[in-house]
Ligand binder design. Structure first.
Ligand code: GLU
Length: 425
């Protein structure tokens, strides 16, 4: 079973405390990073299609902005809750610091099941959210983006509503917008492209040939399905894919595009022709080389970690591994590419989009791809080198996650020190 809902925030606090200790930093660093600077909670009344009024609860957590404006997605999901959004905002601070994007960390969400809403209702909800948080966001203040169950259309409504509130176009307030409204080419597939680059680097580091690798992907949404197609292009074989209904398994491999078509037609990846249906527990234990959790938090717990056979775990999702499971994976010698590095391609291209909006000058697909490649390869190498150095000098076992947090926390601490501990707005 996934761990208790409110554990992610406590877990990330513990992780920060541990890293500040390992790096021997001033106590101020943890004191400042341990809580978000601000969490806004709003209620959003929406007139539903049947004429009734329903109120939804929305959040925006602004964790830290010493490196730049708060940045991070907004998710629409029935399980969104206060502590989760806080944890997600801390991870965004770390993620932006790892890849050197000049942003802080924020995250938002609305507790709602968007699959049960019409497009009109979703539009009203998205616009209502923006009106409710309009004083807290802005292209120099806090810049939302897509996350679980939100997309370019929802970002378009949000950017449009914000511009209406302001009385002028301020499209840089939100990233992940449609191309004809100030979006960037490559943003839609950016998270998966970044995950792919880090997997390629990790495989290279351990001498695993992608053309011979067996891959299992948990979650077949934007990141999971695009990643499956990209890695299939490297000659890897997709042996297992799962979603909230269960998993489809075929040791001989499955075509990722046909899987997506099947999911579109039937609502799930299960019962894909030629596949066997597995439970989620069984999915984690399949024989594979690369495991990609691309769904929600806390999916890999201690029990599931003990059954994992993969050599690489690539965290396309945010927070998919519990701290107990982390220890198991480290002990087993599995190379984990931590979320704050692995899925940072999304926010990296969001940064490119924001820069393009500020300049009103747009880049080609090649320019975006090349810059993303550079950012991800550089960041992977920095984290990997820190991790291998620490393996030599620490007495306790260390992981790539530790390496990534060390890089992020060092950058944040340096910025806070030079500005003065309480120096950022
Ligand atoms: N929601 C994505 C993430 O978790 C993207 C955030 C962004 O582009 O600001 O990284």
């Amino acid at each position: 079973m996934p761990v208790k809902k409110d554990d992610s925030f406590a877990a990330v606090q513990k992780q920060l405390q541990r890293i500040v200790g390992m790096l021997n930093l001033e106590p101020e660093v943890y004191e400042i990073l341990k809580e978000p600077k601000r969490v806004v909670v709003v209620s959003i009344p929406v007139e539903m299609d049947d004429g009734s009024v329903k109120t939804f609860i929305g959040y925006r957590s602004q964790h830290n902005n010493v490196l730049g404006p708060y940045k991070g997605g907004i998710r629409f999901h029935p399980d969104v809750y206060f502590e989760e959004v806080k944890a997600l905002s801390v991870w965004m601070t770390m993620k932006c610091a790892v890849v050197g994007s000049p942003f802080g960390g924020g995250k938002g969400g609305i507790t709602v099941d968007p699959r049960k809403m019409s497009q009109r209702e979703l539009e009203k909800l998205a616009r209502g959210y923006v009106r409710a948080v309009a004083n807290n966001i802005g292209s120099e203040k806090d810049i939302p983006a897509p996350d679980v169950y939100t997309n370019a259309q929802i970002m378009a409504w949000m950017a449009d509503e914000y511009s209406k509130v302001k009385g002028y176009n301020d499209l840089g307030v939100v990233t992940g917008k449609p191309l004809n409204m100030g979006g960037s080419v490559g943003r839609n597939e950016a998270t998966a492209s970044g995950v792919m680059i880090t997997i390629r680097e990790a495989a290279d580091a351990i001498g695993l040939k992608l053309s011979e690798a067996k891959v299992a992907v948990q979650g077949y949404g934007n990141a999971g399905s695009i990643l499956a197609t990209l890695i299939d292009g490297h000659g890897s074989s997709i042996v297992a894919v799962s979603d909230s209904s269960g998993a489809a398994y075929n040791p001989l491999g499955m075509d990722p595009k046909e899987l997506l078509q099947h999911k579109k037609e039937t609502g799930s990846v299960i019962n894909f022709p030629g596949s066997q249906t597995l439970s989620t527990d069984e999915f984690f234990a399949v024989d594979c080389d690369i495991l990609v959790p691309a769904a929600l938090e806390n999916q890999i717990n201690e029990e599931r970690a003990a059954t994992i056979k993969a050599k690489i775990v690539a965290e396309a999702a945010n927070g998919p591994t519990t701290p107990d499971a982390d220890e198991v994976l480290t002990e087993k010698g599995i190379l984990l590419i931590p979320d704050i590095l692995c899925n940072a391609g999304g926010v990296t291209v969001s940064y490119f989009e924001w820069v393009q909006n500020n300049y009103s000058y747009y880049w080609t697909a090649e320019e975006v791809a090349e810059r993303l490649e550079n950012t991800m390869v550089c960041s992977f190498k920095e984290v990997y080198n820190l991790y291998t150095d620490q393996c030599k000098c620490q007495t306790e076992p260390v992981s790539m996650r530790d390496g990534a947090y060390m890089l992020a926390v060092t950058r944040l601490a340096d910025a806070m020190r030079v500005r003065g501990w309480l120096g950022h707005p």
